[in-house]
Design a binder for this molecule. Structure first.
Ligand code: ADP
Ligand code: MG
Length: 319
């Protein structure tokens, strides 16, 4: 099958056709028509075999996850997703693999009305890059900067499941002992796009938790010029991660990566109403602490002990 056959078969009509795409896949460029008055929010993420996923990983999971991690970045600024471009590098023209990949990609794209408008297909070691474009009003976009001392720190969903799943899969090759629910938290993350839209113009700062709570809270603190106090007894955890914490192992909830939950801060006068609005819309959100004027991150353990922590989490270039 030629490169052009592959493109036609797998990409051209995989995703919903949007009215703001006068020209999509098939020409030298796509032509895109953003609505008036918004900023384009643009994010890009790459998944490399052996680095971000196991060799032989399920292609449908990968198609989902490659798009989900970009959707999560858009969620973190409060943007509405619209257009994606996709660069795929494959060891050989493998139509079965691409078909599986695009099933995962297209199913999630349909949920968020994202159109695939172009891309590139090349031969080489397996790697996937997606660039996602969305819209957000410049005065309502959420940023890492903007948190102030006293603001409440809140997080969606539960923390540490994906990290725990990864460890279980690594220890138990084949992963028979890993439940589908836990495995799904690693392979099929749910980007919190609707929650991000709700937080627009309401939260004082936000980030998606991709590298672990401490690392990503550290980014908010650094950008906002503040510190934070986090009460570990309030961290939202699934039963399995909570069991680890009860044994004194807080690594999963504090430094596990790949959660793709939203971490946000909000003025204390607005916090209760905002959390209620979020919950009313069906989002699990939990207050876990507050921002502080000094630059430290302090963890309050359930027994009352307080420990200073440095931001830490996953870093590709750490030696
Ligand atoms: P060019 O040689 O002009 O760069 P290509 O032959 O690479 O064009 O691509 C032809 C068309 O197919 C373009 O519209 C391009 O955006 C699209 N395309 C190629 N690969 C992908 C892909 N992986 N996903 C989506 N669209 C793709
Ligand atoms: Mg060209």
């Amino acid at each position: 099958m030629s490169e052009f056959d592959l493109i036609r078969r797998h990409f051209a009509e995989a995703t919903p056709a949007r009215a703001d795409v006068p020209l999509g896949i098939g020409d030298d460029c796509a032509l895109l028509q953003p609505p008036p008055g918004v900023c384009l929010a643009v994010s890009m993420d790459t998944l490399v075999e052996g680095q971000h996923f196991f060799a032989g990983a399920d292609p449908t999971d990968l198609g989902h996850k490659a798009l989900a991690v970009n959707l999560s970045d858009l969620a973190a600024v409060g943007a509405e997703p619209a257009w994606a471009t996709l660069s795929v590098t494959l060891p050989q023209a493998n139509s079965d693999w691409l078909g599986g990949f695009m099933r995962g990609f297209a199913a999630l794209a349909a949920v968020h009305r994202v159109q695939l408008v172009g891309g590139d297909t090349t031969r080489g070691p397996l790697s996937i890059t997606i660039q996602l474009h969305g819209f957000v009003e410049p005065d309502k976009a959420l940023r890492r900067a903007g948190g102030r001392p006293g603001d409440r720190v809140c997080v969606s969903g539960t923390l540490g499941d994906a990290g725990l799943a990864l460890q279980c899969l690594q220890r138990d090759a084949g992963g028979q002992g890993v439940s589908d629910a836990l495995r799904g938290r690693l392979h099929r993350p749910v980007p919190r796009v609707d929650l991000g839209r709700l937080l627009r113009g309401q939260a004082s700062a936000a980030i998606d938790v991709s590298d672990g709570l401490l690392a990503d809270l550290g980014h908010i603190c650094e950008s906002s010029g503040v510190g934070a106090v986090i009460e570990l007894g309030r961290l939202p955890m699934s039963a399995l991660v909570a069991a680890e914490a009860a044994r004194g192992n807080w690594e999963f909830s504090l430094a596990g990566g790949d959660d793709y939950e939203l971490l946000f801060t909000v003025d204390p006068a607005r916090a209760a109403a905002l959390l209620q609005t979020c919950r009313g819309a069906g989002h699990a959100v939990q207050e876990i602490g507050y921002l502080a004027a000094d630059r430290d991150i302090r963890l309050v353990y359930p027994d009352g002990q307080v420990k200073k922590e440095a931001p830490r989490g996953f870093d590709h270039f750490k030696v």
